[in-house]
Design a protein around this ligand. Sequence first.
Ligand code: SAM
Length: 513
Amino acid sequence: MARAPDFDLARELAKPSFTPSVRDADALAELVASGHEQAPAVLAKLGAAARAAIDARLATADEAGRARLVGALGRLGDAAPVIGWLGDPSPRVRRTAALALGKLGGDAARGALVTRWDAGDVTVEERRALAEALGKAGGADAVARLRALDPGGDAELARRRDRAVLMAERDAQRTERSHIAIDVPPPAPLTVRLHTKPGLGVLLAEELAARGFAPAPCGEGAVELALDRAWSALHASRLWAAAGIRVPLASPDAEEIVRALASPAVRALLAAWTRGPIRWRLDFPSGHRRAVVWRVARDVAAAAPELVNDPVHTTWDVIVDEEGRGALELRPRQVADPRFAWRVADIPAASQPSVAAALAFLGGAHDGDRVWDPFVGAAGELIERARLGPARSFAGNDLSDAALAAARANLDAAGVIASLARADARTYAPGPIDLIITNPPLGSRVQVDAAAVLTEALPHFVAQLAPRGRLVWITPAPRRTTPVAERAGLRLARALPVDLGGVRGQLERWDRI
Ligand SMILES: C[S@@+](CC[C@H](N)C(=O)[O-])C[C@H]1O[C@@H](n2cnc3c(N)ncnc32)[C@H](O)[C@@H]1O
């Protein structure tokens, strides 16, 4: 395709849509040599043509140009042409080659880096680059050399060596999978914090008490309890969404975090509950703290070598709660949670299963219940009601075919028999009903007046309810829906304001008078 007379390759590179052609290869190599920021990534798209253009330009490039071109060569995915540049007379070129080889990895790159590491003429800057590259390339030879390195007074080299050792050791263990053993009691009783949506903590506490635990409320959306049984004991409760083991800190700084993580009690717990390597990652909810994270990772590795810091394939998330004196919350990651295994299909508006469970808990379960969800979505509420005990029948309807397909898949996975219909909640009449349980549209996703739909639907719902029937739902606008419910003949039994993450609503239970 012909290009406009004023076509300017250097300017075009800034456009994400620009696609280079083979005829641009030499000009792109020239731009790489002169230090154009985007040129290396664009040139790399040309494969063999890029290689030829870089080789040709390297023949005459000065030191800075050579270093940049070698970096670009490293982007082509093949270590072989880069390896020779580790012997370039210029330390700058050798450094770029080392860093490129570290990223490329593989046996050839690793072998070349180790050979260069052992040479007698490695400069200070080059040693730093080699340490970083060996950490990325990994392997036993690399770790042995990094460990044996005495950085002398070079703090930057010591820092890069420490990170490199952590990375190489972490990668060495990645081939082995790990998971949490949920059926083993802890070595000593633990304090566990269970989290739910803000506003639902009180309901979670009631549910846990009903299951034999002694929970203490902890803010709006959490409770704490003592656990001396296996983690799977917590699955008796369906209202929590996340859970972690609390480890108090004397103060939320790096030294204290290291001390707590490497303490005998935490090490014993992690050893007892982890199968495979114990991988962990540190997380500050208040934002990234790269320097602290690296420091903690380095010092924990020294104090407790079996704990492998691995931000990507973690088995345990270690969340730093900086409130007050601070605490660590150890959250199992690779852990089976059979409670919501029924969830095989999803829709964007689906309720979080623990919220569906909260609705079911508030509605209660009577043996003869005829249960109806008029905004059934993916059927979370019907299934969670079924989990509480037998019912006479389950019915659901929705306007969306995708929702009904998801509902059918989930109900089948849960083993719940229900009738489903494509119908409007405001008119569908499934027959006499004892429990209406629903998380209706709240108006957050689509621009509809959700409260208007609900106030219109309410009298129709009440008309379906048998004497002493119950309605449990979340309303986005209690001030508008409450008078309508009362006029229709319902009495409010319980109301809990809840924050559903961006949407506020009220979880309510109404009883038919
Ligand atoms: C918040 S979602 C329900 C979520 C459901 N509890 C779940 O777990 O998937 C609301 C559902 O109401 C449906 N809907 C909206 N307006 C409706 C109406 N007038 N009649 C019936 N369903 C409706 C939407 O298609 C959506 O699936």
